[in-house]
Design a protein around this ligand. Structure first.
Ligand code: MLC
Length: 418
């Protein structure tokens, strides 16, 4: 009998608590990895691939090799081989990692690959955090004041404000919207929605950026497992396609038991290292990454029912709305304002099917981990398990991760299994 066409799937995912946890990044990575394996019904020995993104709080040379050694995947003994890779595309890392894992399964015949991220930037004292964070984006003339990252995004926000296409209030409304979403997620750090005044009156960090418009620093870890549908069928003795008929296997975890989530397509693109020679349209890369992802998945934005858009600062989210086709070019500010009023006094999740967890601004932002939260929330929405915030009938979802200050973009499109 011919083999069914194999698809790349997320068959497990897991995350730790968020907060100021006083634990090392490696501990958080290990816990998230164990949880993701459990949700797949796999064991550590079933992995033959591991991708990790670097941590700021507890950096290790070759992070993935370090983690693989800690969990006993390396040194490898026995038949076959294990492939272990560290991917550094900044905050885009988890989405780059997902796409790399799907390639490892498809082209390198890996059977199951874990993608892991963890960091403890909340437990770092602020001077130490800023010393490390600033180092990554100091320009040669040192003209970017500390904190460099907020100032870098702020320069882009100011440039966009000068174009006259958005207002200062519309930037702040992004944070309000994210806090409204976070208030519905049991694990989010922000428990109560902000008012527009809360955001506009919070401490000024840069000329057009206040404290409540900065990614919310946190400790946390998150992981996913990518495998082919054929592997899950053959090795786990379970036909994923027929799982909807009620066939279940004791060995499969809850995510794998319903077929996991299909990786339909993806795309990546790079902009210049910050600061660019000039701030202009040529420094952005999300448009190209999204176009590749839509092309590979053979879909259009209107075919998607949920979006996980990177929102380390409001300007990143606003640019992503247009780059990913949620709203036409030049209209993101007005679109956000419309959503702000629409969701002002209670709303259904389907009214605003974006970042239903609250994003970096309100869910929590452990350095390079947060794009993994976009992926995990997409999985929850696709599985229909986003209790209290479920968008109706989510069949396909897009996730976007941004690295550096618009220096790298990675976009993936996920779907329910059919
Ligand atoms: C901070 N707080 C927030 C918040 N941000 N509350 C709600 N929403 C937010 N968005 C809270 C904190 O939890 C804390 O609460 C209080 O405000 C003070 O924050 P802090 O961080 O402790 O203040 P401070 O030490 O003075 O530092 C301020 C800061 C720092 C702006 C310098 O927070 C910062 O750098 N944040 C941005 C982090 C960042 O840039 N991450 C990378 C994103 S870029 P309490 O209750 O404890 O007092 C990216 C791309 C990439 O993602 O590639 O990296």
């Amino acid at each position: 009998m011919p083999q069914p066409v194999s698809t790349m799937r997320i068959v497990g995912y897991g995350m730790t608590a968020l907060g100021k946890l006083g634990r090392s990044a490696s501990e958080l990575m290990r816990e998230a990895l164990q949880k993701s394996l459990r949700s797949a019904g796999l064991q550590m020995k079933d992995l033959d691939g591991l991708v990790a993104v670097p941590s700021l709080s507890h950096p290790h040379f070759m992070e993935a090799h370090y983690l693989a050694t800690q969990v006993g995947l390396l040194p490898h003994r026995g038949p076959g081989s294990v492939r272990v890779r560290t991917i550094d595309t900044g905050g885009a890392g988890p989405v780059s990692g997902l796409l790399e894992a799907a390639r490892m399964v498809k082209d390198e015949r890996c059977q199951a690959v874990a993608v892991v991220a963890g960091d403890a930037v909340s437990s770092l004292a602020t001077p130490e955090f800023l010393a490390r964070a600033d180092q990554g984006c100091r320009d040669p003339e040192n003209s970017l004041p500390s904190p460099c990252i907020p100032h870098g995004y702020d320069q882009v926000a100011q440039w966009q404000l000068r174009q006259g296409l958005l207002s200062r209030e519309q930037l702040a409304m992004v944070s309000v919207l994210m806090s409204r979403q976070a208030a519905k997620h049991p694990l989010a750090l922000t428990r109560k929605a902000h008012s527009l005044e809360d955001v506009l009156r919070s401490r000024k960090i840069a000329p057009a950026t206040n404290l409540l418009e900065c990614a919310r620093r946190a400790d946390g870890g998150a992981a996913i497992i990518v495998a082919s549908s054929n592997f899950m069928d053959e090795y786990m003795g379970h036909d994923l396609v027929s799982s909807e008929d009620g066939v279940s296997s004791a060995r499969l975890g809850p995510v794998a038991a319903t077929g996991g989530l299909v990786v339909l397509g993806g795309g990546e693109a790079s902009g210049p290292l910050y600061p660019p020679e000039e701030i202009d349209e040529s420094m952005f890369s999300c448009e190209a990454a999204a176009a590749s992802a839509f092309s590979e998945a053979q879909l259009l934005p209107e075919d998607l029912q949920w979006f996980g858009l990177y929102d380390c600062y409001p300007i990143c989210f606003l640019r992503a709305l247009e780059a990913c086709g949620v709203t036409p070019k030049g209209t993101a500010g007005a679109w956000v304002e419309e959503m702000f009023w629409k969701t002002e006094s209670g709303y259904d999740a389907g009214d605003f099917p974006i970042n239903t967890h609250g994003g970096l601004l309100a869910f929590g932002a452990p350095w390079e981990v947060p794009a993994m939260y976009n992926i995990i929330e997409a999985c929850e929405q696709l599985r229909g398990t986003a209790t209290g915030r479920q968008v109706p009938s989510v069949r396909r979802a897009l996730v976007y991760g941004n690295g550096g200050i618009f220096s790298h973009s990675a976009v993936a499109i996920l779907a329910q299994p059919v």
